[in-house]
Design a protein around this ligand. Structure first.
Ligand SMILES: *[C@@H]1O[C@H](CO)[C@@H](O)[C@H](O)[C@H]1NC(C)=O
Ligand SMILES: *[C@@H]1O[C@H](CO)[C@@H](O)[C@H](O)[C@H]1NC(C)=O
Ligand SMILES: *[C@@H]1O[C@H](CO)[C@@H](O)[C@H](O)[C@H]1NC(C)=O
Length: 245
């Protein structure tokens, strides 16, 4: 009986402690994610956020002028469309409870090789192509002054001249933080389907390392991919109708 209750205890406690989520280090991150009811932006992460609400105040005003000490408008205000994508990445880095899965091995406050969807990068590029920027890598290419504020070293040019396409933009703008995924559905799109995609990505990497390919997880993957594609088509239809009106 004792053994039984010990097993039961293990079975119950492992999912909560063994998989307890942590946050990235530095940059105002909490130790572990908690609910945030007062987020003004990044509300996708309200249920479980690694950021405090105050970091989202600067993101909530459009056009965004600066985040902490980094000015976003060194080449003039970004368009709302372009800004939307920049915010999604900033929100992921600041607030997502999943960001720490891709914590950089050398610098724990940074993320590396987050598998982003090609489609997301293409839409982002399309939205920003006429906006201006003076840096290719937003993490390293600025001149930083004594107040830690960023300044252009080079002239402002359109995104479409700075980057050849969405993939190049995604894989350059934030250093190696993002990496375009080979998969069109097991990748991040900074939307409400990401948690499921992340779970499947993790299942896949743990099952491939133990080399037991499970047909039930393949099945789950297929179902998820079909659902995600359907949602995307619906969104595209909605956008098209919105444009025509
Ligand atoms: C704000 O910038 C300062 C100086 O660069 C940095 O030390 C601090 O961690 C930043 N805070 C957040 C919340 O990113
Ligand atoms: C944001 O709020 C947290 C928690 O209240 C606090 O520790 C932090 O210093 C605040 N950051 C800024 C930049 O006000
Ligand atoms: C950028 O936006 C700010 C805030 O709305 C506004 O005051 C400023 O005039 C804008 N700058 C340009 C160059 O349009």
């Amino acid at each position: 009986m004792l053994q039984f209750s010990v097993l039961l205890f293990l079975a119950v406690s492992v999912p909560s402690t063994g998989k307890r989520q942590t946050c990235l280090e530095g940059a105002g991150h909490k130790p572990t994610p908690t609910q945030e009811n007062d987020l003004q932006e990044c509300t996708l992460y309200a249920k479980s956020a690694c950021c405090f609400a105050n970091i989202t105040e600067e993101l909530a005003h459009s056009p965004v002028i600066k985040i902490n000490t980094t000015f976003w408008n060194r080449c003039g205000n970004l368009t709302k469309m372009c800004e939307t994508y920049m915010k999604k990445i900033e929100c992921f880095y600041r607030c997502s409870p999943y960001a720490a899965h891709w914590a950089d091995h050398q610098y724990a406050a940074a993320i590396s090789s987050v598998p982003i969807c090609q489609r997301f990068c293409d839409n982002w590029y399309e939205s920003c192509k006429n906006d201006l920027t003076c840096v290719s890598n937003w993490l390293t290419d600025w001149e930083i002054d004594d107040k830690r504020e960023n300044h252009c070293k080079n002239e402002c040019i359109p995104y479409s001249e700075m980057y050849a396409n969405g993939r190049e933009m995604c894989e350059t703008m934030w250093g190696d933080s993002l990496e375009v995924s080979d998969s069109s559905c097991l990748c991040l799109e900074m939307d409400e389907m990401d948690p499921k995609a992340i779970k499947l990505i993790q299942d896949r990497s743990s099952s491939s390392s133990s080399s037991s390919s499970s047909s039930s997880s393949n099945n789950e993957e297929e179902q998820f991919c079909r659902l995600r594609m359907k949602k995307i088509r619906e969104l595209e239809e909605e956008n098209k109708e919105g444009m025509e009106k």
